[in-house]
Every structure is written in structure tokens, then in C-alpha cells.
Write a new protein. Structure first.
Length: 317
């Protein structure tokens, strides 16, 4: 029954090009090779382009919280002992090491941010006091952190506020010191209602999926200054996840409630302007795409779907 369930969902996925734009992605029906390894709700996915690995974070009772696949779709291994309720996952390859960062929204002793070395799952670093939600910066304290993004320099960007007391964006140095912080709960410029995903472009801009405000907000990575926002593309549903394509020409945005990936034109250096939707990938009903990641070598897009309890891979055409 489980195998049939996956096949039915995949059969109804299709790309919908906008006028003047051909189809951009095709579903890889052979990824993963054995979908039965997904045994919980798949909340997040992260690609290690350097080593050809794909990490999947899932929730559930008596299920491995992190699964590791090859980029070809073969299951490699799993680990469970350092995570309670994964929400977001990110692989960082810096000049000195490779790490897997996981935001944990559990209420027990694994609450906070943790850094686990790739590939064994050994716990290397915790940011925040486990089991103790808060909004203090000294020490760093979080409540329901949604996602983390780490630059090659080691600087860290955190969106903190998946329904907890915080609605903010933080930048931390590679030694975990606060560089700047912005955002409070609200609808105004620079405010957030569930900042859910964060990514960077090559031009020094930080992009945040401001989920419940149905917009993407953009900030200067050096100063934290607000640069602009996009809202016109999200009248049907807010953005849950935001990632750039490998060539940085487009942004991939997951919209969970309408089961869709929106492909938006990325602006050049200068004014943010407003968003332009050039393509969509319509998923099957109730797949509920939550967070996505992009292989920055191949350009493949991986989608973690909590409704379908699977991760799917889309390859560029």
C-alpha cells in the first residue's frame, strides 16, 4: 500500500509554464530508489553538493530523525540520537569543516540549534539552552527556530519564530556571536509573522520567507538593513521555503497550502522591485511541500512534503 501511495502522488505532479516560458523541471521518478525508508513526516531536506549527499529530517514516534541518501537516490544510513523534532536542516561546507545544522522545535532536552558533523550525526555544537525557550541574546536563546543558513565564511543566519515568542532574523559570526538582529511580531516593514525560511544571494542580500504575512522580505547581509519585499505573488498562499537556483537566476518558493512550487525571477543588483512569477510546479493534492533545497552543482530541486511523507527530486530541463 505504501509503494502504491507514492506512485499515485508522483503520477499527478506536473510543471505549468507561464506564457512565454517553457517547462523548467521534470520529476525524477527514480528518486529515491526505495521510498519505504520514509517512515515519518518529512519536514526538511538539505543537499551536500560537495559530497553528493542528501539529508532528510523527519518526525514521528520510533522513526529515525535524519535519513541520508546519495544524490542518485540510494539510502546510505540514518541517525536519531541528537534530534527531537527537526524543522529545518542545512549542510555547511566551509574551508575548515563540513557540518549539518538542524533547527529543533521540540520541547525537551534537544530544543535549540545543534551542529552535527557530517556524516555520523555526532553532536558538535548547541546554540541555545536545551529545553528552555527564550528571547535573550546573552546567552543565545531561541523559541521554535525555523531554519538556518550558513555562508562559506561560517557566518550564520537564523529565522527564529515558527509560532513561538520570537519573530526575528539573526546574523551570527562563525564563533556564534551576535552581529545583528532584526524583526518583531507584526505586519510592518521589517516585522515578521512566522519567518519560516532564509537564504542568501551572491550580491549580499538575505531573503526571508515571511510566511503568515504572505511576503518575502529582503535585507542587507552586512548591516541588516531592510531592502524591500515581495507580496503580489503570494495572494493565494504565503511562502514556506525560499531557495535560489544554481545559477541564481530564479528563486524556488514552496507554497504548502496550494501544493505548489513557484519559480520567481531573481532581481539583478539594485532595486528589489516586485516579484515576477515565471513558472510553477503543481504538486498533487495534500502533498504539502514544506521546505526545499537545491543542489548547487546539478541544479536539482528537492522538496520535503509533510502531507505525502516523502521527498521528491526535480531535475532542470
Amino acid at each position: 500500500y505504501l509503494v502504491l501511495y507514492f506512485q499515485v502522488l508522483k503520477a499527478f505532479d506536473y510543471s505549468s509554464p507561464r506564457k512565454g516560458h517553457p517547462q523548467m523541471y521534470k520529476l525524477d521518478i527514480d528518486w529515491p530508489k526505495i521510498p519505504e525508508y520514509f517512515t515519518g513526516q518529512t519536514f526538511c531536506v538539505a543537499v551536500d553538493s560537495l559530497h553528493g549527499l542528501v539529508y532528510v529530517g523527519q518526525r514521528g514516534d520510533n522513526v529515525p530523525k535524519v535519513l541520508v541518501f546519495s544524490e542518485e537516490g540510494y539510502f546510505l544510513y540514518s541517525w536519531n540520537n541528537t534530534v527531537e523534532m527537526p524543522h529545518g536542516i542545512f549542510v555547511s561546507n566551509t574551508a575548515t569543516d563540513s557540518s549539518v545544522w538542524i533547527t529543533d522545535v521540540g520541547t525537551g532536552m534537544h530544543h535549540g540549534h545543534r551542529r552535527s558533523i557530517n556524516p555520523s550525526g555526532k553532536l558538535m555544537q548547541i546554540l541555545g539552552t536545551p529545553g528552555n525557550a527564550g528571547s535573550s541574546l546573552i546567552p543565545l536563546q531561541f523559541d521554535q527556530p525555523a531554519e538556518v543558513f550558513v555562508e562559506e565564511s561560517g557566518d550564520i543566519y537564523v529565522v527564529d519564530g515558527d509560532g513561538g515568542m520570537n519573530n526575528r532574523l539573526l546574523k551570527l559570526s562563525n564563533d556564534y556571536k551576535a552581529i545583528w538582529l532584526t524583526g518583531t511580531n507584526g505586519t510592518g516593514i521589517g516585522q515578521f509573522k512566522i519567518p519560516h525560511s532564509v537564504t542568501l544571494d551572491p550580491f549580499g542580500r538575505v531573503w526571508v520567507a515571511d510566511r503568515d504575512n504572505k511576503r518575502i522580505q529582503v535585507f542587507d547581509k552586512v548591516t541588516g538593513e531592510w531592502l524591500g519585499s515581495w507580496s503580489s505573488c503570494f495572494s493565494e498562499d504565503g511562502p514556506y521555503s525560499v531557495r535560489f537556483t544554481a545559477n541564481y537566476k530564479y528563486l524556488i518558493v514552496a507554497q504548502l497550502n496550494i501544493n505548489r512550487l513557484a519559480i520567481l525571477a531573481a532581481p539583478l543588483v539594485g532595486s528589489i522591485g516586485d516579484c515576477v512569477m515565471v513558472n510553477t510546479v503543481q504538486l498533487a493534492d495534500e502533498t504539502k511541500p514544506h521546505l526545499v533545497d537545491v543542489d548547487m552543482k546539478s541544479g536539482a530541486v528537492y522538496v520535503a512534503e509533510i502531507g505525502a511523507q516523502q521527498v521528491q527530486k526535480y531535475v532542470p530541463l
